[in-house]
Design a protein around this ligand. Structure first.
Ligand SMILES: [Zn+2]
Length: 169
């Protein structure tokens, strides 16, 4: 399924997000569905909604173009959607790719979300030294991503696994 387009409250396109994140924004009342995939509903015991193709934020957000989002631990977790960069499982910690003891900085390009076990296992080593390749490279969030960070989607940005898209009955 393709990514979902996010419109500002003013209908100006801001960015795209994963379907999961789009649904979370809708369920958290931060956005409404403007356009849905025809014939598809997301369905679970207590939730049912159209599969969003376009969502619009309820509140207008100012997008700081050209300004880089300030680095934060929470920001790294949100950027990586709470997925460990080494094993893909749920991440609760932030790992410095080049360890701080080796001069690694607190920056978007040097930090990744990591589960506690992998963070502990990697310790003060580089991924190469630890034999733990990154599943994906860290990146600087775009201004639009920074907007999403500002919406505090946060910790519960994951869908329950049983909430899956199904054809409308
Ligand atoms: Zn891990």
């Amino acid at each position: 399924m393709r990514d979902t387009l996010v419109l500002n409250a003013s209908f100006e396109p801001l960015s795209t997000v994963t379907l999961n994140r789009a649904v979370v924004l809708v369920l958290q009342d931060k956005a409404v569905v403007e356009q849905a995939h025809p014939g598809l509903r997301l369905r679970a015991a207590t939730v049912e909604l159209p599969v969003p193709r376009v969502i619009r934020l309820c509140r207008y957000v100012r997008v700081p173009f050209r300004r880089q989002a300030p680095w934060s631990r929470r920001g790294v977790l949100v950027r990586d959607q709470y997925r460990c960069a080494y094993c893909g499982k749920r991440a609760t910690t932030v790992d410095h790719v080049l360890p701080r003891s080796h001069g690694g900085s607190d920056s978007w390009l040097n930090t990744v979300a990591s589960c506690a076990e992998d963070n502990h296992r990697k310790a003060a080593r580089t991924p190469e030294q630890a034999g733990m390749p990154l599943l994906r490279e860290p990146f600087v969030p775009s201004p639009a991503d920074a907007m999403l960070l500002g919406l505090k989607v946060g910790e519960r940005s994951e869908l329950p696994s049983w909430l899956a898209a199904r054809p409308a009955a």
